[in-house]
Design a protein around this ligand. Structure first.
Ligand code: C2E
Ligand code: MG
Ligand code: MG
Length: 763
């Protein structure tokens, strides 16, 4: 019996050393307190072995001292373990300090027993087999010691019970097992204390207890807990879950599944199977290789995403499958809203530019056999409408216009807002009716308080010929067409053709290269002789030529209209005027003081520079006679702002300049104009010399003009004289001078000088 007891205690000691070391290595907070408990329990166990084996009184006394002290610290270790296990504060707490002080005093008190004789005494006793041992005689302090031990144990138990009442039911197992261990250990303690055994067997209970604590707290996998936890997670999750066994029988579905598929409250596996069977193809349901799969279902306007997944055990044996159904209605709605926002114009609700372009390209890609037409629109002076009526009215107009177009759309047409007041539409060419569209634009108006403000809407049209073109390229072409009419009031629609685009590219090239050309001297005046009736060259006209770096030799017709349009012509004119002055100065220095040069003045020059200042400044700078720098102004220049321009001309004339009225008869001129105009020379347009059907009538007008000029004593130069016969009848009519290919084409100044300015030069 004693032998078995000693062996079991030795076993526990060994176990505690090994398990205590392992727990210490584990490192978790709870593991450390378990490790401490295991190590501390070794002391009372070892003391107990000594007590059982010894027959000496002194050793027995020492054994009891160590045993009592050991139980003190072992119980405190149990207390500490409970606190850590329940996650109550212990380390660093006041509780801990109090208990250490109590246990310290108790330890001291036990130590002082040989002096004070208050804890215990020993007395010889004989065991059943006749063996003598010393038995404990309990003195008054021993009761105190036991009370302290009981107290720490009871408080630890109370903490444990408190935890059990506080915590979720799923943790019951975790704490309940420990509680049972402690209660059994406690009961064993009572039993041994009051059982009056020869030796104190209580420690055996603690040995067993500490082993159990070690296993329960550190080694035992709480399957029940994990199981409950997972069931709870699965049960409360928002997605519907159905689990099927390997035979396809439904074995579980969660609450969400019940709600989503309106299954009865009572678990009804057959119903679940039936619903799944109705919803999914048996091939999917009963195939083992289904893996993961997603599908979208529409039922009751709800959108769900379904995932099928086969389940295999650790030996890869098929054990069944589950179906996870996620309600993605909200997500889909949100996604749809986001997509809508990203693809639609917030003001009008039609497609935005990116989407219009994307859908346009898609449409053309998907229907290569169909012919499509792209139409863009632009509201004339829309900015002004915004400024005058306010942007709210501007918005209202934009919405109305969009609605109007929307109402007329056919299936397959794509309509969107490209920017500000610009809309774009693509439709089948066979559905496009230009008259109808133009008519539509005429009815757009902003109506306020019975007043109607008609809006001018221009349309640009591009029939898609090159389907490889990007949508941006297609709409751009329509806008190019639109730009040709955007200043018109009557014409509201324009069609794109390739020359338009080329024209625009050409324009861009001219504008972009002008400055460099002026700097590099690529722009030069050519001179065309002006000859009198005697055949003598009296002067010449400076006509600009451009030796373009990439485009070669350009006559004014190729670039002047472009530069006229945007005002850049002034740069060329000023350059030519100065060039002419330099030539005149050189001629003067060379002794040719009689030859004049006529320069052209564009009507735009009057807007951009002070023509008087510039021209008078130049003759002063180069010290040339103003009478030798003749000024050609076309009659159309005087249509606008006539008075101001006349004033400038008069200022110049006062300084001695002569004014030639260029292209007379070509524009809107009336003979009446001559009476007010400060004209020194009349240049009759070459139009009158061209071969026309009504040659007789033309000649009559020409005769009239020349005759009138004569009466007004204004000399006349005829332009475009190409034949001797023309010279003859013009001379007869009274024309004073001629300019034309018959005499000379415009030629470089060097050539001109060579031909007309040598002493012996002949025509
Ligand atoms: P313009 O001032 O009426 O110049 C006369 C135009 O008639 C010149 O054309 C000249 O080459 C052309 N011409 C002269 N004789 C004949 C002929 O017998 N038959 C034919 N078919 N044409 C003849 P060009 O040089 O092409 O200049 C065209 C226009 O460009 C000029 O008409 C003028 O309005 C403008 N221009 C030329 N140089 C300048 C310039 O430096 N400044 C400004 N503002 N305009 C210029
Ligand atoms: Mg001219
Ligand atoms: Mg002319």
């Amino acid at each position: 019996m004693i032998g078995a007891y000693v062996v079991s205690l030795s076993f526990f000691i060994c176990f505690n050393i090994i398990a205590g070391t392992a727990a210490h290595r584990d490192g978790r907070k709870v593991a450390l307190s378990v490790s401490k408990l295991l190590f501390v329990t070794i002391l009372p166990m070892a003391a107990n072995i000594v007590l059982v084996l010894t027959r000496r009184e002194m050793v027995t006394r020492l054994g009891f001292v160590l045993f009592f002290i050991g139980t003190d610290w072992m119980l405190l270790a149990i207390y500490r373990f409970i606190m850590d296990y329940c996650n109550y504060p212990y380390e660093g707490s006041r509780n801990r300090t109090i208990w250490i002080v109590i246990m310290g005093i108790d330890t001291l008190s036990v130590f002082l027993n040989p002096l004070l004789h208050h804890v215990f005494d020993v007395t010889p006793d004989y065991m059943a087999d006749g063996r003598m041992i010393y038995k404990l005689v309990s003195l008054w302090y021993h009761k105190v010691h036991l009370a302290i031990n009981a107290l720490v144990m009871v408080i630890a138990l109370l903490y444990l019970i408190r935890k059990i009442t506080e915590t979720s039911r799923v943790y019951l197992e975790k704490y309940f097992f420990i509680l049972v261990v402690m209660l059994v250990t406690g009961a064993w303690e009572f039993y041994t204390i009051f059982g009056n055994f020869h030796v104190d067997l209580s420690i055996l209970g603690y040995g067993v207890g500490s082993v159990l604590i070690y296993f329960i707290s550190l080694q035992y996998q709480m399957y029940l807990l994990t199981d409950r936890m997972l069931t709870n997670v699965v049960g409360s999750m928002g997605d519907a879950l159905f689990c099927f066994d390997s035979d396809g029988k439904c074995i579980f579905y969660n609450d969400s599944a019940r709600e989503m598929f309106r299954l009865p409250n009572k678990r009804s596996m057959e119903k679940a199977e039936a619903i799944m069977g109705e919803m999914f193809d048996p091939d999917i349901l009963y195939s083992k290789d289904r893996g993961k799969n997603t599908a979208h279902l529409f039922s009751d306007d709800r959108v769900v995403s379904v995932e099928f997944s086969s389940v295999y055990d650790e030996r890869m044996t098929y054990t069944g499958y589950y179906i996870l159904v996620e309600d993605v209605t909200e997500e889909n709605q949100r996604l749809a809203e986001e997509t809508y926002k990203a693809t639609h114009d917030s003001l009008t609700g039609i497609y935005n530019r990116e989407e219009l372009y994307r859908l346009t390209e898609k449409l053309i890609r998907e229907h290569p056999e169909e012919r499509y037409t792209v139409v863009v629109s632009d509201i004339k002076e829309f900015k002004m409408i915004n400024d005058i009526f306010g942007s709210e009215v501007g918005d209202e107009i934009l919405i109305k216009l969009a609605d109007k177009v929307k109402a007329g759309l056919k299936e397959g047409d794509i309509f969107g807002r490209i920017g500000a007041d610009k809309y774009g539409l693509i439709l089948k060419s066979k559905d496009f009716n230009p008259e109808q569209f133009t008519e539509g634009t005429r009815t757009v108006a902003y109506v306020k308080d019975q007043d109607s403000y008609p809006l001018v809407v221009h349309l640009g049209v591009y029939e898609v010929r090159n389907s490889k073109l990007s949508a941006a390229g297609m709409y751009d072409r329509a806008f190019i067409a639109l730009s040709t009419v955007k200043n018109e009031l009557q014409q509201r629609i324009a069609f794109y053709d390739d020359s338009l685009r080329e024209g625009i590219l050409w324009e861009q090239k001219i504008v972009a290269t002008l400055d460099d050309a002026l700097k590099n001297g690529d722009i030069v005046p050519y001179l065309q002789a002006q000859v009198n009736t005697a055949g003598k060259t009296e002067g010449c006209e400076a006509l600009v030529r451009w030796n373009h770096a990439t485009e070669g030799f350009l006559t004014p017709g190729r670039f002047m209209p472009i530069l006229e349009k945007n005002g850049m012509v002034v740069k060329i004119d000023m350059y030519i005027w100065e060039y002419a002055c330099r030539i005149l100065k050189r001629w003067k220095e060379e002794g040719r003081k009689d030859m004049y040069i006529s320069v052209n003045i564009s009507q735009k020059d009057f807007y951009f520079v002070d023509v008087y200042e510039v021209i008078y400044g130049l003759v002063q700078k180069y010290d040339v006679d103003p009478a030798l720098l003749r000024l050609e102004i076309t009659e159309s220049t005087f249509i606008k702002d006539m008075d101001r321009k006349i004033e400038v001309i008069n200022q110049l004339r006062e300084k001695g300049f002569l004014l030639e009225m260029d292209d007379f008869g070509s524009g809107y001129s009336s003979l009446n104009m001559l009476k007010d105009m400060p004209v020194d020379v009349l240049k009759v347009d070459m139009l009158f010399l061209s071969k026309t059907e009504n040659e007789g009538r033309t000649r009559a007008i020409l005769e009239l003009i020349i005759g009138l000029a004569k009466r007004l004593e204004i000399p006349v130069i005829s332009e475009g004289v190409e034949e001797a016969e023309q010279v003859a009848f013009l001379t007869e009519m009274g024309c004073d001078m001629f300019q034309g290919y018959y005499f000379a084409k415009p030629i470089s100044p060097a050539e001109f000088e060579e031909r007309f300015m040598k002493k012996d030069a002949a025509v």
